[in-house]
Design a protein around this ligand. Structure first.
Ligand code: NAD
Length: 446
């Protein structure tokens, strides 16, 4: 559900009043529902490289209404700017200003997507400057777009083409309503791995997935989204949340495992449950997490230790158990829930931010271990999401947190779940060790 202020200012009198008073005017975002068109309106593919031509041909084969040149005053669903051949910062001018002339034609919840190469892989300072320039340009444009439109980018490693499986999967994710609350972000496709699903409506068909902290909030939303996408679910939460856990498990036709993930045998228990019922495990979503906020000057051992133990130490132990198992070997996927607090820092959250920074460090370092099994591990870093965790924040602080992003609203648990479902899919096999923020481009931090 969109918050009541957003509903109030999105139509009629409320809309006029908010405009006159200069109040935030968040748009009602276009979110994914099964069967929904990938994008609403023509897709303008700009760029003069072979990669741009190949991509445009692929999008045509998807039956999208593709344009290679702007048609004046035609409402666009998306602009895709292919910049995979940049050699100097001067190369940016022509394509960027050409795309600029079409920005006013973008419809509500439209998409701007750049496709370029990582600066870190550049062979010269000029190439690196041009590539890093794309980063600053896209993040700034994301702050300029209105009416629920977003700007994001895809970075392709040198061996990866514009039509490689994960490049196309990332493009589909960014084009679709699945990425409604992802804004000003980049996904890096590091290999040409990945396979497109037989059925795009059921990309997780046949997969067995474990979600921790599944009794409520973001975890419950993750199980619903993975179930919708075809996965078989195992839901983990503490015994005290048993009733809620059972209710969500029934809803998604999954099984409940009452377990405190900070137990040293948690990994074995999860594996045992999965193997006994399904013979193997494909996807692990580390979602369970807690906050115990205090200024560091007032921090005690119990607050520090419980947050670090549940939010990161437990993930490390569970990963070790799974990675040692022959039942987690078939292109496995791990997706961890981090937080923008772990990137930008947050007053009163030194313990939480240390744990979430730890999650991101763990994900990057574990990526080669997953790659060795044909798998991936990635993290999703949510910003302000409307859950019971954020409902407990005092009203004024909550209202500021909610509006302080380019989309001027809090995200929904389903927004985080969509990003996780995407990263857990076979099509995302070329994305490994990456961190994707789902934060509406929170104005705090990177
Ligand atoms: P929540 O408190 O609503 O739900 C967390 C769930 O995890 C609960 O059901 C809880 O019982 C379970 N859990 C806690 N400790 C556990 C343990 N030791 N073993 C098993 N289960 C345990 O929180 P949420 O808002 O849904 O957050 C989910 C994840 O998203 C957390 O990792 C959180 O840090 C992260 N996150 C949330 C937000 C937000 O705005 N809500 C923002 C950034 C990150």
């Amino acid at each position: 559900m969109t918050d009541s202020y957003t509903r109030l200012v999105s139509q009629g009198l409320g809309k006029d009043l908010a405009k006159r008073l200069g109040l935030p005017q968040p748009a009602v975002l276009r979110r994914y529902t099964p069967g929904q068109a990938l994008v609403t309106g023509p897709v303008l593919v700009q760029g003069s490289t072979a990669g741009a031509d190949e991509l445009a041909a692929t999008l045509l084969s998807w039956n999208l209404d593709v344009r290679r040149h702007a048609v004046p005053r035609e409402k666009l669903g998306a602009i895709i700017l292919v910049l995979d051949g940049l050699t100097t910062p001067e190369d940016l001018e022509k394509p960027v200003l050409s795309a600029a002339s079409s920005l006013r034609d973008l419809g509500p919840s439209a998409r701007f997507i750049s496709i370029s190469r990582p600066a870190a892989e550049a062979g010269s300072p000029a190439v690196a400057a041009a590539r890093q320039g794309v980063d600053g340009f896209v993040r700034s444009l994301a702050k300029e777009l209105r009416a629920g439109a977003t700007a994001n980018g895809i970075l392709l490693s040198s061996t990866v083409g514009t039509t490689s499986p994960s490049a196309l999967a990332a493009l589909r994710f960014f084009l679709s309503g699945r990425s409604a609350f992802v804004d000003g972000q980049f996904l890096t496709v590091s290999t040409a791995e990945g396979t497109m699903p037989a059925d795009v409506q059921k990309p997780l068909a046949g997969k067995v997935a474990v979600v921790t902290g599944a009794a409520r909030g973001i975890g419950a939303a993750i199980t619903r989204t993975l179930h919708r996408d075809g996965a078989t679910l195992i839901l983990v939460d503490v015994p005290a949340a048993g009733d809620h856990l059972a209710a969500v498990a029934n809803e998604v036709h999954g099984t409940a495992l009452q377990l405190d993930i900070s137990r040293t045998d948690a990994g074995q228990r999860i594996l045992g449950h999965a193997v006994q019922r399904h013979g193997h495990l494909d996807i692990l979503v580390h979602n369970a997490g807690i906050t115990r906020d205090k200024l560091l000057a007032n921090m005690d051992h119990a607050r520090w230790n419980s947050v670090l133990n549940i939010n990161i130490a437990a993930q490390l132990r569970i990963n070790d158990a799974l990675l040692a198992s022959e039942h987690f070997r078939n292109a496995p996927r791990i997706v961890s829930v981090a937080s923008t607090s772990g990137i930008a820092g947050n007053r009163g959250q030194t313990n939480y931010a240390a744990s979430k920074g730890g999650v991101m460090g763990m994900v990057r370092a574990t990526a080669p271990l997953l790659a060795a099994r044909g798998g991936t591990i990635n993290a999703v870093a949510p910003g302000f999401i409307e859950t019971e965790m954020t409902a407990r924040i005092p009203f004024a602080v909550r209202e500021v947190g909610r509006r302080l992003n380019a989309l001027q609203q809090g995200g929904l648990p389903s927004d985080v779940a969509e990003a996780i479902a995407f990263l857990a899919s076979d099509a995302a096999g070329g994305i490994n060790g990456d961190i994707l923020r789902v934060c509406g481009q929170n104005l705090v931090g990177a």
